[in-house]
Design a protein around this ligand. Structure first.
Ligand code: AMP
Length: 228
C-alpha cells in the first residue's frame, strides 16, 4: 500500500505544563495543520468581554473547566463545514462527555481523527515546570527559573522590572489545574488508549523539546490518514 501523503487529523492531549501547546504550534507549522484551540477561543471571548467571555472568565482564572455544552457549541461555530485543512485539536475533548461529542462533530463536519496523541508528563514534573514561570508585568517577556532564567535574578532582561508570577500560575491554581486534569481529562486519555489503541499513541513528554517533537513527528507519519 502506498503511504498516505496527507497527515492525519490529530487530537493532542497533555496536562498543563506538559508543553502540549508549544508542541502543537510546532507541529501545526511543520505539517500545515489548522490548529483548533478551545482555550484560545475562550481567551479571545474573555478579551472581547462578550456573552461567552463574561460567563467563562471566572472558570478560566480558577483553572476549572467550562461547561461541556458551551465548549461544544463554541467548537461547532468555529469549525468550517467540510474542512479542507488537516485539523489539530489542542484542548478538546477534555471530559468523558465531550469525547463522544467529538464523534458527532466528525460526522457532521465530514472529517475523521486519525491520531490521539498524548504528551505524557508526570504531575510532579508538570508542577515543577509551571512553578518556575515568571513574567515581566511591563513588557510581557516570559522566563523560567530553571530553563530560561533572567540574567539578573528576579528582574526582566529587557527593562529591569521586577518579575512576577502570573495569576494563573499561583501554587493553588497550578494544583487545581492538575487535579482537574487527573479527574476529568485523564479518563478520556485512558479511554482512547484502551478502546482505540490503533489510533492512540503516547510520547514521553519529559524529554527535551526536540526529542518530544521527533517522537510526535514519527507518530504522525506512522498514523494512517483516513480520507475525508
Ligand atoms: P488551554 O489553553 O487548552 O490550557 O485552556 C485554557 C482553559 O480553557 C482551561 O483551563 C479551561 O478552563 C478552558 N478550556 C479549554 N478547553 C476546554 C474544554 N474542551 N472543556 C472545558 N474547558 C476548556
Amino acid at each position: 500500500m502506498s503511504r498516505p501523503s496527507l497527515p492525519p487529523n490529530v487530537v493532542i492531549f497533555g496536562r498543563p505544563g506538559s508543553g502540549k501547546s508549544s508542541l502543537a504550534e510546532r507541529l501545526a507549522t511543520e505539517f500545515g495543520y489548522l490548529a483548533v484551540r478551545t482555550g484560545e477561543f475562550l481567551r479571545e471571548a474573555v478579551q472581547r468581554q462578550d456573552f461567552v467571555g463574561r460567563r467563562v472568565a471566572q472558570a478560566l482564572a480558577r483553572g476549572e473547566l467550562v461547561d461541556d455544552e458551551l465548549i461544544v457549541n463554541l467548537l461547532r461555530g468555529n469549525l468550517p463545514d467540510h474542512p479542507t485543512d488537516r485539523l489539530l485539536f489542542d484542548g478538546f475533548p477534555r471530559t468523558l462527555v465531550q469525547a463522544p461529542l467529538l464523534g458527532d462533530i466528525e460526522s457532521e463536519k465530514g472529517f475523521k481523527i486519525g491520531l490521539f496523541l498524548e504528551i505524557a508528563v508526570s504531575r510532579e514534573v508538570a508542577i515543577a515546570r509551571m512553578s518556575g514561570r515568571r513574567v515581566c508585568p511591563a513588557c510581557g517577556a516570559t522566563y523560567h527559573l530553571l530553563n530560561q532564567p533572567p540574567r539578573t535574578p528576579g528582574h526582566c532582561d529587557v527593562d529591569g522590572s521586577p518579575l512576577e508570577v502570573r495569576r494563573d500560575d499561583s501554587t493553588e491554581v497550578i494544583r487545581q489545574r492538575q487535579d482537574v486534569y487527573d479527574r476529568q481529562t485523564m479518563p478520556v486519555v485512558l479511554y482512547y488508549g484502551v478502546h482505540d489503541p490503533d489510533r492512540f499513541h503516547a510520547v514521553n513528554g519529559e524529554q527535551s523539546m526536540d526529542a518530544v517533537l521527533a517522537d510526535a513527528r514519527e507518530a504522525i507519519r506512522n498514523a494512517t490518514a483516513p480520507s475525508g
